[in-house]
Design a protein around this ligand. Structure first.
Ligand code: NAD
Length: 504
C-alpha cells in the first residue's frame, strides 16, 4: 500500500477508538477501569489525540488475575489439538488484519510502516510456531535407574503476568503470549502506557478467533500502579518482562515476597565489530541497518561500531555519507526510513545525548538533534572518534544514534566490547574463521551474529547476560520458563526399604 492508502486505512479505523477509547479485556469482557479513570494517548507523528486509555489499578489487576486463575483450570486441560487450533486461528486473524495492525502500530509508536508490516506477519508466525509445539510441550526426559524408572513431564506453571515495552509492542506481545498459551498458562498482559493500541486489537482478535474467556486478559495502565500490582499478585506464578534494566530490577524486588519466577529482557549497548578482512560493503549495510532501523529504538541494535584502525577513515567516510542520506519522515510513508520517536520525553533524552557526546569530546559527524515542528522527530546522529569510556558508549540512548570507536588488535576489540554493563547481542565481521570463533566465545553477550545482522530464528534462545537480562526465550527455552518440570519415579520391583520402628 502507498502512503495515501495507509492514511486512508488509518482514517477508517481510528474514529472508533477516538470516540469510544481503548478498553481492558477481563474475563472476555471489554471494560473500563473500575475507577472509570482514563489517560489520553497521543500520536508521536503529529501529537494528535488518538484515544482514552483505562488508568487501571490494583482492583482491575485483581479481577484479571482471578479470571486468569479460574480459566487456568480448564485451559491447561484442553486437548492439545484444540489448543493448537485456537493458536492457529489467532495467527490467521493476525494475518487477515496485518495491514490494519501495521498502520495502527505505526501511528501509535512512530515506527516506519516498512518495518511494521513485517512485524505483524512475524507476530502471526510466533503463534503458528508455538501452535505446532503444543503437542510436544509436556514432553520430558526419561532417566531410568536400575530399581526405578524416572521420567519427567512439563506442566504449565499457572497464570502468568506479561509486561511489555513501547518499542515493538505488537511483535513483542506475541513473542511472550504465544508460548505462554501454548504451554497451557493463562495470561494477564499489561502493555506499555505509551503504546496501547495494537495490544487492544491483538486481544480482540484472539477472542474473535475463539479463545475462551479469561485465558488472555488485558489490563492497561501505568507501571507503578497496574504493572506493580501484577508483579505482586499472589495468583501470578511468573512474570515475563521486557523493558529497561532499572524496571527489571524493581520487578524482581516486587515479585520477591510471592517468589515469582521472572524472565527479564532488558537494555543493551551492543557492539558491531568490523575487522579489516571483512566484506566491508556488507558490514556497512548491516551496521547502518542494525542502528537506524526501527528508529534505533531496538534492544538488539548495534549502537557501538568498533572499526579496526586500518579501515577506519574510509569506512567512516562512507558511513557518514549514508547516514546523512537516511530518509526521516511520516512513518506511514513507505519511503520513510526513520519516523518520530515514541514521545517528546524520549525525543528530549536523545537530543540531550547529542550534547553529552560533544562534551565528552567525540566528533559529531551527522546529526542536529530535534527537528522543528509537530511530532517527536530527531535527525539520525553519528558520533565518531569516540572512546569506550564516554557516556555515549556506555549508556543506552535507544534512538537513531551511533557511536563509532577505533580499535587496533583483536584483544582491544574484546576489551572495548566488554567494557559496558550490558550484554545482549554482538555482531562480528571478519572472514577469518578462527578469529570469528575466538571473538564469539570471548564477547560478553547472550547472542552473537557473525557476518550477519540480527536474523531471528524462532527455535534459538533469545536473551542477554549482565544487565541485559535473565533467562531465555524461543523454542524449548520458552517452555522452561512457562512450565514446571516434574519428576516421576516408579519402582520397577521390590527394592530395599529401610525399616524403622520394626524392632519389637
Ligand atoms: P520500561 O521499563 O520503562 O517499561 C516497560 C514496561 O514496564 C511498561 O509496560 C511499563 O508500564 C512497565 N513498568 C514500569 N515500571 C514498572 C513497575 N515498577 N512494575 C511493573 N511494571 C512496570 O521500558 P520502555 O521504556 O517501555 O522500553 C524500552 C526498554 O526496553 C529499553 O531499555 C530496551 O532496551 C528494552 N527492551 C529490551 C528488549 C530485550 O529483548 N532485551 C526488547 C525490547 C526492549
Amino acid at each position: 500500500m502507498n502512503y495515501e492508502e495507509n492514511k486512508e486505512l488509518l482514517n477508517k479505523i481510528l474514529p472508533k477508538y477516538t470516540s469510544e477509547g481503548v478498553k481492558n479485556m477481563i474475563n472476555g469482557v471489554s471494560s473500563d477501569a473500575k475507577s472509570s479513570l482514563v489517560f489520553d494517548n497521543h500520536s508521536p507523528v503529529d501529537d494528535a489525540f488518538i484515544a482514552t486509555v483505562p488508568k487501571s489499578d490494583a482492583d482491575d489487576i485483581d479481577a484479571a488475575c482471578q479470571a486468569a486463575d479460574q480459566a487456568f483450570k480448564t485451559w491447561r486441560k484442553m486437548p492439545h489439538k484444540e489448543r493448537r487450533n485456537i493458536l492457529y486461528a489467532i495467527a490467521e486473524k493476525i494475518e487477515a488484519h496485518a495491514e490494519e495492525i501495521a498502520v495502527l502500530e505505526s501511528y501509535d509508536t512512530g515506527q516506519p510502516i516498512r518495518f511494521m508490516k513485517k512485524a505483524a506477519i512475524r507476530g502471526a508466525a510466533n503463534f503458528k510456531y508455538f501452535a505446532d509445539k503444543v503437542i510436544d510441550a509436556p514432553n520430558g526426559l526419561s532417566t531410568p535407574d536400575t530399581e526405578h524408572l524416572n521420567f519427567t513431564v512439563r506442566q504449565p506453571i499457572g497464570s502468568v503476568g506479561i509486561i511489555t515495552p513501547w518499542n515493538a509492542p505488537f511483535m513483542l506481545a506475541t513473542w511472550k503470549i504465544a508460548p505462554a498459551l501454548a504451554s497451557g498458562c493463562t495470561v494477564v498482559h499489561k502493555p506499555a502506557e505509551l503504546s496501547p493500541m495494537s495490544a487492544t486489537l491483538l486481544c480482540q482478535l484472539a477472542h474473535e478467533a475463539g479463545l475462551p474467556k479469561g485465558v488472555w486478559n488485558l489490563v492497561h495502565g501505568f507501571g507503578d500502579s497496574a504493572g506493580k500490582a501484577l508483579t505482586e499478585h499472589v495468583a501470578i506464578k511468573a512474570v515475563a518482562f521486557i523493558g529497561e534494566t532499572t524496571t527489571g530490577s524493581m520487578i524482581m524486588k516486587q515479585g520477591a515476597p510471592t517468589l515469582k519466577r521472572v524472565h527479564l529482557e532488558l537494555g543493551g549497548q551492543n557492539p558491531t565489530i568490523v575487522f579489516e578482512d571483512a566484506d566491508l560493503e556488507r558490514a556497512l549495510d548491516a551496521a547502518i541497518f542494525m542502528k537506524y532501523s526501527l528508529n534505533g529504538e531496538r534492544c538488539t541494535s548495534g549502537s557501538r561500531l568498533l572499526l579496526q584502525q586500518s579501515i577506519y577513515d574510509d569506512f567512516v567516510e562512507k558511513l557518514t555519507k549514508r547516514v546523512g542520506n537516511i530518509n526521516v519522515g511520516d512513518p506511514l510513508d513507505p519511503n520513510t526510513e526513520i519516523g518520530p520517536l515514541i514521545h517528546s520525553s524520549h525525543q528530549k533524552k536523545v537530543e540531550e545525548y547529542v550534547g553529552i557526546g560533544q562534551q565528552d569530546g567525540a566528533r559529531l559527524a551527522v546529526g542536529s538533534g530535534v527537528r522543528a515542528g509537530a511530532g517527536c522527530y530527531v535527525n539520525p546522529t553519528l558520533f565518531v572518534d569516540a572512546n569506550k569510556d564516554m557516556r555515549i558508549a556506555q549508556e543506552e540512548v535507544f534512538g537513531p544514534f551511533l557511536t563509532v570507536i577505533p580499535f587496533d588488535t583483536e584483544q582491544d576489540a574484546i576489551d572495548i566490547a566488554n567494557s559496558v554493563r550490558y550484554g545482549l547481542t554482538a555482531y562480528i565481521w571478519t572472514k577469518d574463521t578462527g578469529r570469528a570463533h575466538r571473538m564469539a566465545l570471548e564477547v560478553e553477550a547472550g547472542m552473537v551474529w557473525v557476518n550477519s545482522q540480527n536474523v531471528r530464528h524462532l527455535p534459538t534462545p533469545f536473551g542477554g547476560v549482565k544487565y541485559s537480562g535473565i533467562g531465555r526465550d524461543g523454542g524449548e527455552y520458552s517452555f522452561d520458563f512457562y512450565m514446571e518440570t516434574k519428576n516421576i519415579s516408579i519402582a520397577l520391583g521390590d527394592h530395599k526399604i529401610t525399616k524403622l520402628g520394626a524392632d519389637s
